[in-house]
Design a protein around this ligand. Sequence first.
Ligand SMILES: [Zn+2]
Length: 202
Amino acid sequence: MRHAGAHPHREKHTVPTGSESPSPASESPSPAPDSSDQTATVRPMVPRRTPETAFFWDGCADGALLLQHCRSCERPWYPAQRNCPRCQGSDIDIVAASGQGRLASYVINHRESPGFEAPYVIALVDLDEGPRMLTNLVDCAPDPTSLPVGTAVQVRFLPIATADGRATATIPVFAPTSAQEATAEVVTTGVDTTPGRRQPLF
Ligand SMILES: [Zn+2]
């Protein structure tokens, strides 16, 4: 994945088959071993949209990192699910996260994968609001000496598409905050201060 590029938001990327995670770590069963064309044997696809996750993907497309939030526990969670993971309650709303977090852990993958150019960083990011996200780190050197755990990161929204272009989505990835400041034109999320729009509860 050409995450190190200066304009990741302008590029179309493909992602491997798998769950809703943008990370290739969760890709589906292996390609047929008798083929030398890995791209052709692993079907790239975008995250699967479901009734429970539609709000999340719509938010990403609008440049907002949206989380479900339990009114009883007063906490948000990720990934999306129908009920609160703590109290199983259904009294929930949707709030916009700041898009800021800290690098909790990561691996640098040196194997090529459809839609990703090695080496690339698969990361766990702890959002400032609490939830942990499996994601990719972009606009950073894939070098552990420059990526200490705890590095401040900021979300970016990356448009992706299947190889045939029939399906598209926008996925959240993260970049070190220092890189974010250096690339001001990249679309980022944040609190929407437009009057009447949803505001975060934390
Ligand atoms: Zn709850």
